[in-house]
Design a protein around this ligand. Structure first.
Ligand code: GLU
Length: 449
């Protein structure tokens, strides 16, 4: 039987990294087993629902590259996510729940009391084999021995989580429920519902929680708890994905840097650890650094272009070769993509924006004749390339009797507006003779005589 798993988040407006990890483990298991990964938005609580809250989930998963496999065709067949299917929304599946409740009522497996519908829970302990936790035994509490029944439809007609979750898992043919350990206590109820519907329950695999470095349970408010922090701070998604995979899982040889393809090859449920995982921001930052330095060039460009677009720079208006050349000068220089607009924005602006402090340091009276002379030399250069730009600048410094740095600073600030940035000779080559000379002229005009 082919594996079918699902990620079933409620749209709370927030994608916790624990949720992202649950999604990842489901996705990895599906890919590893050649199965299907279903995304189901558990949005029966209409009060909290909004398109924004759903988008937070979808965009988080897209950013991580966790594509879901099926669902109704989405409206726009020509939009940016062309061909993307799904997800399923519980709010659109109400009829299914109603039918199932009718069936339970007609078999006396559920009954009405005070306007609510209650499920007749079995009066005995539940024992099941969890694929991660092992054997789970759940005795009834004293209170439950008297009345273990629970509400499946509230008096206002709203179906309750336990019901909708089980009905969907059943009707979607889910074979493995991989979810956070916080749901372990719900599982006896869910298994009883499956039994009542006369269908064997899926396999369960409850993933240990993610804790803060100090061992406390990680909640919404804790630093680094939201996946979107990493998206906004410009982390490489592959780094975040790799880091998440190690929160509660470890390949047998204890390797840490794992490209997604290898994660898929190696992932298996028995490899999920049984103890809680500790979140370690320093390690995630380290891993991000490793990925930033090793991303394939094309992928680096893609993520750069995306970051620049978000910051308001439309790289599409420049020739592709220019964009590539510009971004190549940033490769290996960034800790996160969020640094890119400040680092390389000058490539994609018509005018230079000068940092006041850089201008003050570089555009001095003494530097004026130096820059003036270099401008002349550069204007007369035959070949405008890194080698010649460097040699000429160094010659000119010698000729003027100043250190190389004394020339580098004003040229850099003239062309970029900043004291930090890509290698000077490389960036000069990229912006080209015409722009470079115009920027030197612009700087000279700002320098005191
Ligand atoms: N909507 C539930 C949650 O977000 C889903 C639990 C499950 O995966 O079964 O916690």
């Amino acid at each position: 039987m082919s594996v079918r798993v699902r990620f079933a988040p409620s749209p709370t407006g927030f994608l916790h990294i624990g949720g992202a990890r649950t999604a990842l483990f489901n996705w990895l298991y599906a890919r590893h087993m050649g199965g299907q990964f279903v995304l189901r938005i558990e949005d029966t609580d209409a009060a909290r629902n909004s398109q924004e809250a759903v988008d937070v989930i979808l965009n988080g998963l897209r950013w991580l590259g966790l594509a879901w496999d099926e669902g109704p065709m989405t409206g726009d067949a020509t939009g940016p996510c062309r061909g993307e299917r799904g997800p399923y929304f519980q709010s659109q599946r109400r009829e299914n729940y109603e039918k199932r409740v009718e069936a339970l009522l007609s078999h006396d497996l559920a009954y009405e009391r005070d306007g609510a519908i209650r499920f007749r829970m079995k009066r005995e302990a539940t024992v099941f084999e969890d694929l991660i936790v092992g054997e789970v035994r759940r005795e009834l509490t004293d209170r439950e021995e008297k009345d273990p029944d629970f509400v499946i439809v509230r008096s206002d007609g709203k179906p309750v989580f336990h019901l909708t979750n089980v009905v969907d898992d059943l009707e979607m043919g889910i074979t493995h429920v991989i979810r956070g350990e916080d749901h372990l206590s719900n599982t006896p109820k869910h298994i009883a519902l499956f039994e009542a519907f006369g269908v064997p329950a899926p396999h369960y695999a409850h993933i240990p929680l993610i804790l803060n470095p100090d061992g406390s349970k990680m909640s919404k408010r804790d630093a680094g708890a939201s996946l979107h922090t990493y998206l906004e701070e410009g982390y490489a998604p592959e780094a975040v994905l790799n880091y998440l995979s190690l929160l509660g899982w470890s390949p047998k040889d204890n390797r840490e840097m794992l490209p997604v393809k290898e994660m898929v090859d190696l992932f298996d449920l028995p490899g999920v650890l049984r103890h809680n995982a500790r979140f370690d921001l320093a390690k995630l930052q380290w891993m991000n650094g490793q990925y930033m330095a090793q991303l394939p060039g094309d992928r680096f460009h893609e993520l750069c272009v995306h970051t620049l677009a978000k910051a308001g720079y439309d790289t599409n208006t420049y020739p592709l070769e220019y964009v590539k050349g510009a971004l190549d000068t940033c490769y290996g220089k960034l800790k996160t993509f969020a640094e890119l607009p400040a680092y390389a924005g000058f490539y994609f602006r018509d005018t230079v924006e000068f940092e006041p402090e850089a201008e003050e340091k570089a555009f001095t009276k003494e530097n004026r004749p130096l820059l003036q002379r270099l401008r002349e030399v550069y204007a007369g250069m035959e070949k405008w390339d890194v080698g010649h730009l460097e040699a000429k600048l160094k010659n000119t410094a010698g000729e003027l009797g100043v250190k190389v740095g004394a020339l580098v600073l004003p040229v850099r600030v003239a062309c970029t507006g900043s004291r930090v940035g890509p290698s000077l000779y490389h960036l000069l080559e990229v912006i080209g003779r015409e722009v470079a000379l115009a920027r030197l002229d612009g700087a000279l005009a700002r320098m005191p005589v």
